[in-house]
Design a protein around this ligand. Structure first.
Ligand code: ATP
Ligand code: MG
Length: 304
């Protein structure tokens, strides 16, 4: 693992007229880290991604990839440094099939094969990874919202990135559809990829992030371990809302109670084994056989 961070931003910012959409954001992302990025609508999350990938030119500060200053470079130049991203508003090539959309990335990415047949084969493998292997022949316009987001994901993977920036790839997915996307992110992490995940789905943020960055009005409000960040009063005030915080606190209490009950059961079990093996002496202190801890619902989004 390299000591040089895969991504570093120094005082990064952009103004749109009087609006500082991203304002003085400094950040260092070491290799292999998954960074969750959260914040209210309009906080500057997508703009931050655009600044890193060259889709927007910063008005202040700098962007370094693997220690190399790429500030203001064109997106395709930055992509050659193995940086890939998805777009919040999906951007497929409409005149091509789903498979061809992904093959383009394979052909023109840093490992560009130059051979269409090889690119199409790799495209099929990547479509399988994101869970739409059966849709390769379709035009992207026919895809559901969820599948169009999977195609976005696949197009980014086609570039074989070391740094992957995902802008709400799980938005619009049903709860049951989120788990495969989370598993895919875990697999990419296991391969050592450095990932930045922008999401409003807190379950997803908690499931994959090593660190969480909170942006608010363009500024870095907080950076830290996921649970610490999500229970921070400033973050609750600015983004999550008090209803979310109350729900989370209740769930933590339920989880703690269930844990205590489990510990009591284990202790009682040990005592029973020691004194009278044939007798369950735990009696009235038996815990609820269906504690709610396992059912903690973290699928909650921030308050509307
Ligand atoms: N090209 C642009 N020109 C002018 N203003 C812009 C431009 N792009 C973004 N903005 C403004 O910058 C601010 C940050 O927008 P951004 O899209 O980065 O927010 P976000 O955190 O991604 O929000 P969301 O959660 O809704 O996706 C918003 O006020 C937005 O209107
Ligand atoms: Mg956005």
């Amino acid at each position: 693992m390299s000591a040089v961070p895969v991504l570093e931003t120094r005082g990064l910012g952009i103004r749109f007229g009087g609006l500082k959409a991203v304002d003085d954001v400094s950040l260092s992302v070491p290799e292999g880290l998954t960074l969750g990025v959260i914040g209210p609508n309009g906080a500057g999350k997508s703009t931050f991604i655009n600044l890193v990938t060259g889709h927007l030119k910063p008005t202040s500060g700098s962007v370094l990839v693997d220690g190399k200053d790429v500030t203001g470079a064109k997106p395709w130049v930055i992509a050659q440094s193995r940086v890939a991203r998805t777009f919040q508003i999906v951007k497929p090539f409409r005149g091509m099939t789903v498979r061809e959309n992904v093959a383009v990335g394979v052909l023109y990415g840093p490992d560009g094969t130059g051979r269409m047949s090889t690119a199409l084969k790799q495209a099929d493998e990547i479509l399988g990874e994101v869970g739409i292997a059966d849709l390769g022949d379709r035009p992207p316009g026919e895809l559901s919202v969820a599948d169009a987001r999977r195609l976005e994901f696949a197009k980014a993977l086609a570039l074989k990135p070391r740094l992957l920036l995902l802008d709400e790839v799980m938005a619009g997915l049903r709860p049951g559809e989120i788990e495969p996307s989370l598993q895919l992110i875990r697999d990419l992490k296991a391969r050592g990829m450095t990932i930045i995940v922008v999401e409003h789905v807190m379950k997803a943020i908690l499931a994959v992030s090593d660190q969480v960055l909170v942006l608010n009005a363009g500024q870095r409000l907080m950076l830290g371990p996921p649970r610490e960040v999500l229970s921070d009063p400033q973050v609750i005030e600015a983004y999550l809302g008090h209803k979310y915080a109350t729900r989370q606190a209740q769930q933590s209490e339920a989880a703690a109670a269930a844990e205590a009950a489990e510990a009591a059961e284990a202790a009682a079990g040990e005592a029973a084994t020691a004194s009278a093996p044939a007798l369950s002496s735990a009696g009235g202190s038996q815990p609820d056989p269906n504690p709610t801890a396992g059912a903690v619902d973290e699928e909650v989004a921030p308050d509307a």
